[in-house]
Design a binder for this molecule. Structure first.
Ligand code: ARG
Length: 609
């Protein structure tokens, strides 16, 4: 059983550093040094490192593609140097590194990088010993504005997308050790509250002493809207309630709170079901800050009168759509609250990165807010990063706007219930109800239901529209949550079925060395080690589908490995005759990597499914 002890263990300290940066970043720094030392004149050339498709293994694992560009630069300055020559010099000047087995110049002038197996084995041992560690990135204080439904209105599938994507963005950035503030920019302020309060006063005159039994706030909203449109006296009172609410008159505040609480409860059940954590800081929070941001903008002479309104142009060209900062009746708008909010986030929360997870329909709004905030010096492009993490609309299977059969908007709670029903059917169709205990079945059902809803949203490029289909998302083949969760469960069962105890990995690693001799073992190891590259790529562009694709790749490469490499060998009687410890460690490393990715994607794996 005991494999040779690893002599390289002693050098682990030196290698650990590399464990924490991504392979691509590490190679970038090596080749930057190579360029600087071979061609000092061009030392500021951005390094181009690309991963090599794993099916063309003879070209190595990564490629430095700078020779072509450098050759061009030489030519422009009158020197003829062909790319192959340059590639050879880059190869010669590249500092040696424990992660590189060898470099080769190939084709038109590529430098192919072959990763070292010793390094990979060591990195995987460290991963098993210490858990999956994040790659090192510069730390930021980042605020993520997501979910953000509106009081008294339906929380719809657009908000569901924002909730799912926002939660995963937070988890990703938290894993990268950023300081993350999760904010629910609830639509809890504005003129609609005037009519809601006036209607509450009429329907439940005793509201100050007894909580009004409103179960259907949408209906309540419709009723009050109808009265508002038809009844002049009511309309007047509604307006006066807006004023008293903004002034902070206690009875109006109380009524407003009662109404908000009804919605709040509904939202909370959705958040609990989907395991979302978020802090409420609705538009109302900014009331006093709206007053002061208006003063601030007036002071800078950035507001212009326009038919009784006060508007602000995003930049000096005065083109595009201006923001409406103060309405002609003196009230504030969505624009005002977002200007107040961005100022609060920068100046009071001291954030250097703000992320808005909101549908693409609002991209003009956010672009204008970002530009205006820069124009009035709230945002400083050098020190602040702002992103509108936009996403497309959710479509039904008919390719049209997502609706129920009867044409109504789909209630999120109903949607989640449907998911639960369908995932149970899925499990039953596989006969899992006969094998699992009732509790295990319930856990599996939840894991599948919420997992597939989240994953089908995250696995596509968020910018495109996406078709919501339970049939598609519950398929057990292809890039689906079901496939990933099943594969994960299968991987976890391997160590369990070996008849040996794999719970103390550090102990096992003292005796067993990870071997990467078989082609499929090596392929799996290299795939797992791409994790850091992928996490960095996801966080740079705030796209989670790269992480989903990575999980899918890990699962398919694992399956190739498992199909061709015995982990546990059995005789004809089904008795275990040999356990390959190194391979089981590879299985465990795969499980650890998947577990970390699943956490970011909001998937909750179960050990039996
Ligand atoms: N409540 C808004 C809506 O439902 C989304 C708010 C997004 N966040 C923001 N800071 N504007 O459309």
């Amino acid at each position: 059983i005991l494999k040779k002890s690893i002599a390289e263990e002693s050098t682990a300290g030196g290698m650990q550093l590399k464990d924490c940066s991504s392979i691509t970043e590490h190679l970038e720094s090596l080749f930057a040094q190579a360029i600087a030392s071979a061609f000092p004149k061009y030392s500021d050339t951005p390094v181009v490192i690309a991963p090599v498709n794993s099916s063309s293994a003879k070209f190595g694992d990564y490629q430095c593609n700078n020779a072509m560009g450098l050759s061009k630069k030489f030519k422009e300055s009158g020197i003829n140097k062909n790319p192959r020559e340059i590639a050879t010099e880059l190869k010669g000047h590249c500092p040696s590194s424990p992660i590189i087995e060898k470099l080769e110049v190939a084709g038109a002038g590529f430098v192919n990088v072959f990763l070292s197996k010793d390094f990979a084995a060591l990195a995987l041992s460290n991963l098993l010993r210490n858990g999956v560690k994040p790659p090192q990135v510069p730390k930021k204080r980042v605020l993520v504005d997501f979910s953000s439904p509106n009081i008294a209105k339906q929380m719809h599938v657009g908000h569901l997308r924002s909730t799912i994507i926002g939660e995963s963005v937070c988890r990703l950035l938290e894993f990268l050790q950023h300081d993350v503030i999760r904010v629910n920019h609830l639509g809890d302020w504005g003129t609609q509250f005037g009519m809601l309060i006036a209607h509450l006063e009429d329907r439940f005159p005793n509201y100050l002493n007894e909580s009004p039994p409103i179960s259907d706030l949408q209906l309540f909203y419709k009723e009050s809207k109808k009265r508002f449109d038809e009844d002049e006296e009511f309309k007047k009172r509604a307006y006066s309630r807006v004023v008293s609410l903004q002034k902070g008159v206690p009875n109006s505040i109380k009524a407003w709170e009662l109404i908000c609480n009804v919605s709040r409860k509904e939202f909370q059940t959705i958040y609990e079901r989907l395991d979302i954590s978020i802090k409420e800081r609705g538009e109302s929070f900014y009331q006093s800050r709206m007053l002061s941001v208006v003063e601030y903008l007036r002071g800078k002479a950035l507001l212009e009168e326009d038919e009784g309104r006060e508007i602000m142009w995003p930049d000096d060209t005065k083109t595009g759509i201006p923001l409406t900062i103060v309405k002609s009746d003196g009230g504030f708008t969505y624009d005002t609250s977002d200007m107040a909010a961005i100022r609060h986030r920068v100046e009071e929360e001291l954030c250097d990165w703000i992320i808005y997870v909101v549908d693409s329909g609002q991209s003009t709004h956010f672009n204008t807010i970002f530009k205006a905030a820069e124009r009035c010096a709230i945002l400083k492009p050098r020190s602040h990063r702002v992103d509108h993490v936009q996403f497309g609309v959710v479509l039904g299977e008919d390719g049209k706007k997502f609706k129920t059969r009867s044409g109504d908007t789909v209630k999120l709670a109903d949607l989640l219930d449907e998911g639960m029903k369908r995932s149970l059917q899925q499990l039953e169709s596989r006969g899992r109800d006969k094998v699992l205990t009732p509790q295990e079945l319930k856990d599996a059902q939840q894991s599948l239901a919420y997992g597939c809803i989240k994953y089908s949203d995250l696995c596509h490029n968020r910018i495109s529209d996406y078709i919501f289909s339970f049939d598609k998302m519950l398929e057990d083949r292809g890039n689906t949550a079901v496939y990933l969760l099943y594969t994960y469960t299968r991987i976890c069962s391997i160590a369990r079925n070996s008849g040996e105890d794999f719970s103390n990995l550090s102990e096992i690693l003292k005796k067993v060395k990870i071997e990467l001799t078989h082609e499929k073992e090596w392929k799996l190891a290299k795939t797992l080690l791409k994790l850091h590259d992928i996490l960095i790529k996801c966080s740079k562009e705030l796209f989670l589908h790269f992480l989903c694709e990575f999980c899918y790749e890990v699962c398919t490469v694992f399956t190739e490995f498992y199909d061709s490499c015995y982990c546990i060998e059995k005789n004809k009687l089904g008795e275990i005759i040999e356990v390959n410890h190194s391979r089981i460690l590879l299985c465990e490393a795969t499980a650890a990597v998947l577990r970390q990715c699943f956490y970011i994607l909001g998937l909750k794996p179960v050990s039996k499914m």
